[in-house]
Every structure is written in structure tokens, then in C-alpha cells.
Design a protein around this ligand. Structure first.
Ligand code: CU
Length: 305
């Protein structure tokens, strides 16, 4: 009878662990943010983010295997060597084979984790040649993104993003564009799809952190210093992140919204901003937002205007 209960308990534990594992591609996450009720990590759209997920899964498998092994050993020892069954304990103090094994096996496990870990670290710091360079500046409590001119005489422009209030979120939802609360901003930044973007990150006041989970990007914004991260988004759409360094009162209210678009649209948008035409730039972002949200008819109507 006892064995049967152990079996049932083991099955329950295994089922729970299986549930928490291998679900780093959530079914619900069509957008670059976490859906209500989503389990697992935000859907990756860069090589770095995918490798982070693979590494996360690998380490989880190792952790679960070790936990189950130790749990099994403990249960075995408690049952097999309980006082009533084993009144005279063994006086054994050494076992060469066991001692070598419990030294060598953990080393092998650590090596198995270190190799993909260092590979990932090298990829994160590989910095392929940049197609676009942007400077993100953290402020208490909003983000500015500066697009520096690339050639002589080329204009530099800055996009300032503030979080939408609850009223503004409701207002935006009426246009058919999904506007997740606490993530949507008034001015999204655009980057071209399948292009290497170098993000130089700094801060004007306290330490913030520039993060987009779907890109596998997370880097501190330190005042007086320049840190950096890179990404190559392989999919068009909107991807959200939040300041990830506890920075003060409104830390939770300084989201980052990056919209990945075609090179053509990106050029139109940067062209408009370089010419100082903020209205046209806004029209482009609104149109592409409707497009990405799948609101084709409205987007077409907007196109005609
Ligand atoms: Cu912050």
C-alpha cells in the first residue's frame, strides 16, 4: 500500500515538474509581451533570446534531475535503513568508488553547463557590424532614444517615450490597436527587421535598465557611463520591455516599446523625423501599429487619407 502511495506522489511531482519545463514557447504569446495566464518566458525573436531559452531549459532539466535523484536517495535511506528494520548500523566510513564519483560527477555537470553558458556569453558580446546605432537614455521616469546622424550633415533626432495613462490606454484600444496597460507608450521607437541594432545605453540621473525580453536584451543604464547591447529582430511587430533596475518611485511606469518594421518603413520614419516632421512620423507609426494589430481595413483607410 505504502509503495502505491509513493508511486502516486512521484507521478504527481513529475507531472508538476513537466508542466513547469519545456514551455518556453507559450502558446498564447503572439505579441511581444506576456499574456494574462501565460506560463514560461516571453516568445524569443532573436538568436540570443532563443539561446537564452535553450540554456534555461537545459539548466532546468539538470536541476530537476538532481532534485529527483536526491529526493529518491533520501526516501530510500529513510525506508531501507529505518531503526526497526536496521537496528545495528554499519560502521563503514570510506568508500573510494563513491568518493571519486561524487567529486567527478558534479564536475562533469558543471562543465556541461559551462560550455553552453560561455557560448551564449560570447554571442551576447559578439557585436556584429551595426546597421543601426541608437542611444537609449534613462530618465526618472521615462526613456529617450537618440538616433545619431550616420553621415556628415545627417541630422540627429530624439524620440521621447512616456507611458500611456489608463485613460489613454482605453482611448487607444478604441482604434483597434492593442495597448497593454503599463507597457504602451506615446512614442514607440522603430527599428528595421533583420538588421543588427547596437543599443548604447546610459542614464541622466540614477541607474535604470534597458530591457526587451523577446530580444534577450538587458543592460544597466548607468549615469556617466555608456553600456551597450545588440539585437537582430527576425520578426516584425511590437516588443515591450520595462525598466529592470529598481530606480525609484515610478520605476514600474517607464516601459520601453520597440516596433520592428520593414527597412522601407523605417527609412520613411527616420526621414520624417530628420526633416523635423513629427506629425508624419506619428502617422507612420499609427499606420504600422494598425497593420501589426491586423486591423487591415482601418489601416487601409488610414493609408488613403
Ligand atoms: Cu528606471
Amino acid at each position: 500500500m505504502t509503495t502505491r502511495y509513493f508511486k502516486l506522489a512521484a507521478i504527481a511531482v513529475l507531472a508538476a515538474l513537466a508542466g513547469s519545463l519545456g514551455i518556453s514557447d507559450p502558446v498564447l504569446a503572439a505579441n511581444g509581451y506576456s499574456d494574462p495566464g501565460q506560463i514560461g518566458l516571453q516568445r524569443p525573436v532573436t538568436e540570443v533570446a532563443r539561446d537564452i531559452h535553450a540554456f534555461y531549459d537545459l539548466v532546468n532539466i539538470i536541476i530537476i534531475a538532481i532534485t529527483l535523484f536526491v529526493l529518491g536517495l533520501m526516501i530510500y535511506v529513510m525506508v531501507r535503513f529505518r531503526e526497526s528494520k536496521n537496528p545495528v548500523p554499519s560502521k563503514t566510513t570510506h568508500n573510494t568508488f563513491l568518493e571519486v564519483a561524487w567529486t567527478v560527477v558534479p564536475i562533469l555537470i558543471l562543465v556541461a553547463m559551462a560550455i553552453p553558458s560561455f557560448k551564449l556569453l560570447m554571442l551576447q558580446y559578439s557585436y556584429p557590424k551595426a546597421d543601426v546605432t541608437i542611444k537609449a537614455i534613462g530618465n526618472a521616469w521615462f526613456w529617450e532614444h537618440e538616433y545619431p546622424g550616420t553621415t556628415a550633415g545627417d541630422k540627429t533626432f530624439t524620440v521621447t517615450s512616456n507611458m500611456l495613462s489608463d485613460e489613454e490606454v482605453l482611448e487607444k484600444a478604441k482604434t483597434g490597436v492593442p495597448a497593454p496597460r503599463l507597457l504602451s507608450v506615446d512614442n514607440e521607437i522603430l527599428v528595421p527587421v533583420n538588421k543588427v541594432v547596437h543599443m548604447l545605453v546610459t542614464s541622466n540621473d540614477v541607474i535604470h535598465n534597458w530591457t526587451i525580453p523577446s530580444f534577450g536584451s538587458k543592460i544597466d543604464a548607468v549615469p556617466g557611463r555608456l553600456t551597450s547591447t545588440w539585437f537582430k529582430a527576425e520578426e516584425e511587430g511590437i516588443f515591450y520591455g520595462q525598466c529592470s533596475e529598481l530606480c525609484g518611485m515610478n520605476h514600474a511606469f517607464m516601459p520601453i516599446a520597440v516596433r520592428v518594421v520593414s527597412q522601407d518603413l523605417y527609412d520613411q520614419w527616420t526621414g520624417a523625423l530628420k526633416a523635423g516632421d513629427r506629425k508624419k512620423a506619428k502617422e507612420i507609426t499609427d499606420r504600422v501599429a494598425l497593420d501589426h494589430a491586423g486591423v487591415k481595413s482601418v489601416a487601409d483607410a488610414a493609408n488613403k487619407n
